[in-house]
Write a protein that binds this ligand. Sequence first.
Ligand code: NAP
Length: 309
Amino acid sequence: MNNATDTATPVTAAPATATPVTVIGLGLMGQALAATFLKAGHPTTVWNRTTAKADQLVADGAQLAPTIGHAVKASPLTIVCVTDYRAMYELLDAGDVERVELDGTMLVNLTSGSSAQAREAARWAERRGARYLDGAIMAIPSAIGTAEAVILHSGPQSDFEAHESALAALGTVSHLGADHGLASLYDVAGLAMMWSVLNAWLQGTALLRTAGVDAATYAPFARQIAAGVAEWLPGHAEEIDSRSFAAEVAALDTHARSIDHLIEESEAVGVNAELPRLIKAMADRSLAAGHGGEQYSVLIEEFEKPRTD
Ligand code: NAP
């Protein structure tokens, strides 16, 4: 996730004829989304189970719809941002008599969930006659409306393009592909990257603090290493996509000896060695499968399968 700053750049000026937008769900994130649409000049209709959360938005010019059905009808584009998919279905799919009319609506669901939930929601929306994009917000509420707010979308490209100018009021928006599950998968892949970098940094910081080096002193060096390693990714990606792992730089055998060294040093100075031991266990399985002479990226084979033993 991104850290917002007060100086972050707003992403859009108000278009001359801004699309009316509806926001369903006015929790911390939904309020930020609705406030941003308002600021960008979009006629904004809102609805929330707890009506009082709309008060400030209404004071700022939003229309509070009397029912969720009226809210959906009020705009050609409806953004849903509630706790989870169950809450979305409770709101939009409850009962036959008072079921919200979705026919012809463009729904953009920015509620966090899994790729399977996103694909299932796309099938549900299709059955209900609605267009559907799934999305993932990689930002905190205060960043919404600035370029730092990364918002991922997946689903039909034509639907994204039709509403891109409105969605762009919220941040840096992108379309990842027609598969509705992609936004969610990119979201968790981003988290995997984030925690791996942070955990590696914490491991190194713990090691260096045993020698009296504080975190701030180590941070610039760690940042340089992380940036350097990031440069390797396109090359490793080619190896993975072509399934060709011939060692050109350093073989997995060599890496495995270095991981042992990291484990030994961690144990010797009394810091936690669980993380390097986990990496070494995966490398050992790959070595046992005969990949010691290949590039580090061959470990993708370990990541691609669940642990069975
Ligand atoms: P929140 O402040 O807890 O708000 C939750 C919203 O969901 C409220 O509008 C709540 O309505 C509604 N809701 C929950 N259960 C409901 C139900 N059964 N029926 C009707 N409405 C229900 O959460 P949030 O921070 O806005 O997050 C919303 C979504 O954005 C989540 O999927 C979250 O993962 C995602 N997100 C949040 C952040 C963040 O930093 N906040 C960042 C990225 C993504 P009431 O007001 O009536 O309770």
